[in-house]
Design a protein around this ligand. Structure first.
Ligand SMILES: NC(=O)c1ccc[n+]([C@@H]2O[C@H](COP(=O)([O-])OP(=O)(O)OC[C@H]3O[C@@H](n4cnc5c(N)ncnc54)[C@H](O)[C@@H]3O)[C@@H](O)[C@H]2O)c1
Length: 358
């Protein structure tokens, strides 16, 4: 079985769905359920299928190393896929401390627990063990319009407390490979979009506000460029790296979809015009420019040749097809959006949550 950290978040929950469907191997999800962790993302998962994989959950903080030691000893994983993090740049500007705690100290505690567990493991199991750390392209800083895309050898130059804390965690993971021989793999990925994304992020935020007739806020001139990857493609890439990646290596993952924020919002509006037309006018009439945020990186772009040439991975979704799926999902799952936004999923957790659950 494998351990997934942060599996109640956006990418982690998509990963668990995909993993159980495609790999048929049990999963322990370790998540402390911050505001971004939502067990509703995992409803529909059958916790135990006769003869099939089992899904386990433990509400545990990754900073709690003693608790992690117990979980490693109890579940005996063959791999760890580490998603748990504070992940929202705007929040890191307002309150960086939580980012240092989870992203740096939490990754450190998890590495220590994995190192201790690996040392006690017998040799065939030990040689197969993997620690996969999920990171971001934001650690590389910002690109000019004509700069080549980030590759695995680009220098680290983080500009926000979020990206700085992720950069620190990447360095710790690298150090545990070189110093202690922990069999690590690191992935640095571009912006993800898809189902179950917390509605504070650009794409779900725009969909919700558009449907409510509110303004669609765009930072600065809207020309900041991001590479966009459909979350399902990201999950497939992680599975490829976990199974076939070379230990100690890093792999960049990107969608080959560079878009300005303004283009993204226009495309979203056009998709909504088609799928849920307004009574009068177009959704793009609601676009409004707002003051830029500090340290707003101008452009990110990913050179994903290494993962494609070494492991044969390529994204399946185009931006248009991925966006259509995503908008369709949010339209069909307004109940999920409403629960997240009115906080009722938190009430649900408080009412129903009772420790470890299998
Ligand atoms: N979202 C993106 O576009 C993107 C792109 C590249 C990389 N990443 C990386 O992927 C990972 C997942 O991102 P996401 O967007 O799914 O994040 P998210 O914020 O949606 O989810 C994070 C999850 O981690 C949990 N968590 C936070 N602190 C914890 C702690 N101390 N102990 C245990 N659990 C904790 C939360 O409860 C939540 O379930 C992060 O490491 C992020 O840096 C994200």
């Amino acid at each position: 079985m494998i351990i997934v950290t942060g599996g109640a978040g956006f990418i982690g929950s998509n990963f668990i769905h995909r993993w159980l469907e495609s790999q048929g191997e049990s999963v322990l999800n370790i998540d402390c359920l911050t505001y971004a962790g939502n067990l509703e993302n995992l409803t529909g998962i059958r916790t135990s299928v006769p003869g099939g994989p089992t899904y386990y959950f433990s509400r545990t903080d990754i900073c709690d190393q003693a608790a992690l030691d117990v979980l490693f000893a109890k579940y005996q994983p063959r791999a760890v896929v580490h998603f748990a993090a504070e992940s929202h740049v705007d929040r890191s500007i307002i309150g960086p401390a939580e980012f240092i705690r989870t992203n740096v100290n939490g990754t450190f505690a998890l590495l220590e627990a994995a190192k201790k567990y690996l040392r006690a493991l017998a040799s065939p199991e030990a040689s197969k063990f993997r620690f996969l750390h999920v990171s971001t392209d934001e650690v590389f800083g910002s690109l000019g319009e004509n700069d080549p895309a980030f590759s695995e050898t680009s220098s680290y130059a983080p500009n926000s407390p979020y990206s700085a804390s992720k950069a620190a965690s990447d360095h710790l993971v690298r150090a545990y490979f070189h110093t202690y021989g922990l069999p690590t793999l690191t992935t640095n990925c571009s912006n993800n979009y898809g189902p179950y994304q917390f509605p504070e992020k650009l794409i779900p935020l725009v969909v919700s506000r558009a449907l409510e007739g509110q303004s669609l806020p765009i930072y600065g001139d809207g020309r900041n460029i991001r590479d966009w990857l459909y979350v399902g493609d990201h999950c497939d890439a992680i599975i490829e790296v976990l199974e076939k990646g070379r230990v100690g290596e890093t792999y960049n993952i990107g969608g080959l979809n560079e878009r300005t924020n303004l283009e993204v919002v226009h495309q979203l509006c056009a998709t909504l015009d088609e799928l849920r037309p307004k009574q009068s006018g177009k959704y793009s009439d609601q676009i409004a420019f707002v003051k830029d945020r500090p340290g707003h990186d101008r452009r990110y772009a990913i050179d994903a040749r290494k993962i494609s040439e070494e492991l044969g991975w390529k994204p399946v979704e185009s931006f248009e097809s991925g966006l259509r799926k995503t908008v369709g999902w949010y339209l069909e799952n307004q109940g999920w959006v409403d629960h997240v936004r009115d906080g009722s999923y938190r009430d649900w957790i408080n009412r129903n949550y009772s420790g470890d659950a299998a």
